[in-house]
Every structure is written in structure tokens, then in C-alpha cells.
Design a protein around this ligand. Structure first.
Ligand SMILES: [Zn+2]
Length: 140
């Protein structure tokens, strides 16, 4: 597979946090934000999913989101990515994800629990009304 955008990098400990968050809540989509500073130091900020149908979509809790952005600022980070999990679907954006995505400057990272024991995590950017996959590389 070829990618048109530059790859993005995530440190393993951060990826483990995302996975643990998703695996502990296997019946609902979990969500959160990743902040990154200019030296590529990244942090994960889990956010409650307040959707009324959390098994198939996510809605970030607004006060927690504001709080996470504030913490990012304190660490000189910017919003790098929006993360959510798919309990039963693959790690591809749903039609809803494409329609509801509103952060043009952040990556979308989807973790899938579809296949037990296998890590499926993919990253996307939004362009117009489409999501384009970006290569995701894990740093050890
Ligand atoms: Zn989704």
C-alpha cells in the first residue's frame, strides 16, 4: 500500500494506553485526544464518550475536552489526533465518522477490537468529505 501523506509516529507506551482504554471497555467506543509538542513528546487524554449510542459512535464530553486542551497548553502541546475505538467494526472510518469529523488539522486514529488478540490501529486525515489513510509507525 502506498501513502500520499508523510507517516506519523506514536511511541509504544502511548499506544499501550490507547489499547488498554479500548480493551477495558469492549462494548463501547472509547475516545480521547493525543497532544504533541514540537519535539514530538506526546500524551494521551482519555475523554468520556457521551453518545447515546456509544456502541457504534462517539461524542466527546465537552468539559473534559476543554480540560484536556488546557492541559495540552500547559505542556506546550497541540492537538495531534483524535482517537476512538470500534468494538466490532474494522479500523476504517464509518460513514458517521466521515460526516461528523470536524478537525481538519488533527489526525483520526481508529483502534479496532474486531479481531481478538490482533492489534488493528489505523490513522487518517480528513480532506474535503473523505478520509485518507496515513502510515502509522510505532516507535519502540
Ligand atoms: Zn468510528
Amino acid at each position: 500500500m502506498s501513502f500520499t501523506e508523510p507517516a506519523i509516529y506514536l511511541p509504544r507506551p502511548l499506544v499501550n494506553k490507547l489499547l488498554t482504554h479500548a480493551q477495558k471497555n469492549p462494548d463501547v467506543e472509547v475516545c480521547g485526544l493525543i497532544g504533541s509538542d514540537t519535539s514530538d513528546n506526546k500524551s494521551y487524554y482519555p475523554i468520556n464518550n457521551i453518545s447515546k449510542t456509544p456502541h457504534c459512535r462517539f461524542l466527546l464530553d465537552a468539559p473534559q475536552q476543554i480540560d484536556a486542551i488546557k492541559k495540552m497548553r500547559e505542556k506546550h502541546q497541540r492537538l495531534f489526533a483524535i482517537v476512538h475505538s470500534h468494538p466490532t467494526a474494522s479500523a476504517l472510518p464509518s460513514q458517521m465518522d466521515i460526516e461528523e469529523s470536524s478537525y481538519k488539522d488533527a489526525f483520526y486514529i481508529i483502534v479496532s477490537l474486531n479481531t481478538e488478540g490482533v492489534l488493528e490501529m489505523r490513522a487518517f486525515t480528513q480532506q474535503e468529505n473523505n478520509m485518507t489513510e496515513v502510515e502509522l509507525i510505532l516507535l519502540h
